[in-house]
Design a protein around this ligand. Structure first.
Ligand SMILES: NC(=O)c1ccc[n+]([C@@H]2O[C@H](COP(=O)([O-])OP(=O)(O)OC[C@H]3O[C@@H](n4cnc5c(N)ncnc54)[C@H](O)[C@@H]3O)[C@@H](O)[C@H]2O)c1
Length: 367
């Protein structure tokens, strides 16, 4: 075992900005499960279970810490009575556990979540699905997004996409002076669960589409929508009005920002900036960036609304449309204070968290 993993497996890692960080060895699976609860100031912390392979043994803990803090920001900006948390399971190889092995891991996860007594409510994330939440739910009640037929709110990707569309209206308004999407060109990177819905909704709104995915099977959707297909390697540098990242995070870096040929970047992919300072590189190029914590919040708004607040669909639709208003507030603050939208979003979220419970900030050292 490496020193980094030994450190990662210590039962409680002191971290001044998180309420709790635990690394537990699953008794059935033998896998290391990291739970990071960043904040419960606004209510029980909500955040997904990521099941992924990491080459660097210290990376899962770092990822859990970063993702949990981002969930505090996301939930606060979405006006939810929830703090932020994340679970990360580090797989030994890229192979996904299946069958009994998967059930054992999910039951381990359920036990860890249950041991936190409701301070943390789990949901799906990269590598886990609504069906997995049902298996986790055999060990704990503190789980969201089980399939509808199992009493949950199911797959949240359509609601994440609806929120993205609301956000894109606010972005178009800020960048071009009109929220109209018809006739504008959008570059959608990633046609997975959320990206495919976003592409369909944009098409329905009369937008022009340039799309890409590393999975060639998604070309069928491009053809169906009459979208222009570009190679994934060329997608970032394709000229569009608004680039819509809907694949994995870490897309915007000091290397990729100079390649961009768009007025704005706004999409549902989590953690688009490789590091906070990249927000300043985008601003320096005059490219408007919509913080992903706001753009991607439709899913968590809908899931927690259905399962934890029993809100009717009309109210949830209103809340999802309010993503546009939140984004306008972020852009207004950024313009007024001459700061990046990334920093404006952190400050607005911090205001809400501090009003609930004075304490440490969300993320220190943001741009
Ligand atoms: N599902 C949700 O409700 C939800 C909610 C909030 C945020 N998000 C975020 O949105 C993003 C997409 O989520 P999803 O549920 O659609 O995932 P998904 O796995 O269904 O889709 C991702 C797609 O991106 C493609 N892809 C991967 N790498 C790529 C690359 N380099 N270039 C082009 N395409 C690439 C994959 O082939 C896949 O089709 C993720 O960052 C996720 O964290 C999703």
């Amino acid at each position: 075992m490496t020193a980094a993993l030994e450190q990662a497996l210590s039962p409680n890692i002191p971290n001044p900005s998180h309420e709790l960080v635990q690394v537990v060895r699953g008794s059935r699976s033998g896998l290391a499960i990291t739970v990071a609860i960043h904040s419960t100031a606004l209510g029980p912390a909500a955040g997904g279970c990521r099941i992924a392979h990491y080459a660097d043994p210290a990376a899962p803990v770092a990822d859990a810490l970063r993702l949990a803090a981002a969930m505090t920001e996301k939930n606060a900006l979405a006006g939810l009575e929830h703090g932020g948390a994340k679970t990360v399971v580090a797989l030994p190889t890229a192979a996904r556990p299946a069958g009994a092995e998967r059930t054992a891991l999910l039951h381990d996860l359920g036990d860890v979540i249950e041991s936190l007594g409701g301070r943390y409510i789990a949901g799906p994330d990269v590598g886990s699905s609504p069906a997995d939440m049902s298996v986790i739910g055999e060990r704990t009640a503190h789980v969201c997004c089980r399939p509808v037929e199992h009493g949950g709110s199911g797959d949240s990707s359509l609601h994440t996409a609806r929120g993205t569309l609301a956000a894109l209206g606010a972005v178009a308004d800020e960048a071009f002076g009109s929220p109209e999407l018809a006739g504008r060109t959008f570059g959608v990177i990633g046609l997975g669960a959320v990206g495919a819905h976003v592409a369909r909704l944009l098409d329905r709104a009369g937008a022009r589409l340039v799309v890409t995915d590393v999975d060639p099977a998604t070309r069928g959707l491009a053809e169906e929508l009459g979208a222009t297909w570009v190679d994934p390697d060329d997608a970032l540098a394709t000229e569009v009005d608004i680039l819509v990242p809907a694949a994995l995070g870490g897309l915007l870096t000091a290397r990729t920002v100079p390649l961009l040929r768009c007025a704005a970047v706004a999409g549902p992919a989590n953690n688009q900036l490789d590091e906070p300072a990249t927000a300043r590189l985008l601003a320096a190029r005059g490219i408007l960036w919509a913080p992903d914590v706001v753009v991607s919040s439709g899913g968590v708004i809908h899931a927690t609304g259905v399962e934890l607040r029993q809100e009717p669909e009309e109210r949830l639709t209103e809340r999802i449309h309010d993503i546009a208003a939140t984004l306008r507030q972020v852009f207004h603050k950024a313009r007024t204070h001459r700061i990046t939208p990334a920093l404006a979003a952190v400050q607005l979220a911090e205001q809400r968290v501090r009003r609930a419970r004075p304490g440490p900030g969300i993320v220190d050292g943001r741009p």
